[in-house]
Design a protein. Structure first.
Length: 296
């Protein structure tokens, strides 16, 4: 029977969502109970941040595994004396570090671990994930498309006007259909995750929202709109990691039978709600023209 009954870790929240960012101090306590008299050799805590991406390509003899990883920090502290409750304070380094993330081919993990070593017993450990939200957003996107697209089919797709309102974005498009065919506008929100390992990359694209508008008759002009809902579980944009990046795009395009479908693409930046109030020139922003910023 183990001499350890409970080994618990408690964090003192510094904000409402219980998250931490660059420069914050993780303050908390480690407590435990022993069921019998035993000598405690040491009680220590550590926190670390790591990113790792890994995927396999090919089969058999030609199978290749791509792996990339990086450690952002590792912090340690140790109790000076034997106590039943150990209070700790670990300061996260300053600098740009990406938010916590878990994807198909990689993850960004910030982890806390408490460890107690005893004589004649295996060490007891308890781990707890740190909800890390980066507060560093830089100017990293340029407009992909910001002018009207004119195709051989003579359909002109006007530039979209995008505004943000809490978790819903109003997308408005003015469309002049000068072709001889009916067309239907489609609205889409895409999340694109890119995993990188040296010269190799792996992309993962998810459609988070899609809506089809009403039919637009030939030789007519019409203004269409869509209320695009940002999913509640959408993570923040990740741009400050060389191994994993997460980007969002709003796409508005025309569905024309037997013809090329013109489209306009807008970058969308999703930031944590507590970072939305930061003014340009500070940690968040500024953003290029044509980039829409919403809060998660």
């Amino acid at each position: 029977m183990s001499s350890m009954k409970d080994l618990n870790v408690t964090f003192e929240a510094i904000n409402e969502d219980g998250s931490y960012s660059e420069g914050d101090t993780i303050v908390g306590s480690v407590s435990f109970r022993l069921t019998k008299e035993v000598k405690v050799k040491s009680l220590s805590v550590k926190a670390k941040g790591d990113v790792k991406a890994e995927w396999t390509e090919g089969t058999g003899y030609f199978q290749i595994t791509h792996t990339a990883k990086r450690r952002y920090f590792k912090l340690c502290d140790k109790a000076d004396i034997w106590v039943h409750t150990f209070r700790f304070g670990l300061k996260i380094p300053e600098g740009s570090m990406p938010s916590s993330f878990k994807g198909v081919y990689g993850k960004i993990v910030y982890m806390f671990e408490a460890k107690m070593s005893r004589s004649w017993w295996w060490p007891s450990k308890v781990k707890k994930k740190i909800n890390f939200i980066s507060k560093t957003f830089q100017q990293f996107w340029e407009m992909m498309v910001n002018t009207a697209l004119i195709r051989a089919i003579n359909v002109i797709f006007g530039k979209c006007t995008v505004t943000s309102r809490c978790e819903t974005i109003s997308v408005v498009a003015k469309i002049c259909n000068s072709s001889s065919k009916n067309t239907r506008p489609k609205f889409k929100l895409e999340q694109k995750t890119v995993f990188r390992c040296n010269e190799s990359t792996k992309k993962w694209v998810m459609n988070l929202f899609k809506e089809v508008g009403e039919t637009i008759s030939p030789n007519s002009e019409q203004t269409v709109s869509c209320q695009l809902k940002i999913p509640d579980d959408a993570i923040s944009t990740i741009h400050n990691c060389e191994i994993i990046s997460v980007e969002y795009y709003i796409k508005v395009y025309l569905d024309i039978s037997f013809a090329f479908d013109p489209e306009v693409v807008f970058p969308l930046v999703i930031v944590p709600s507590r970072c939305a109030a930061i003014q340009p020139g500070e940690a968040v922003g500024p953003h290029p023209p044509g980039t829409t910023v919403v809060t998660s």
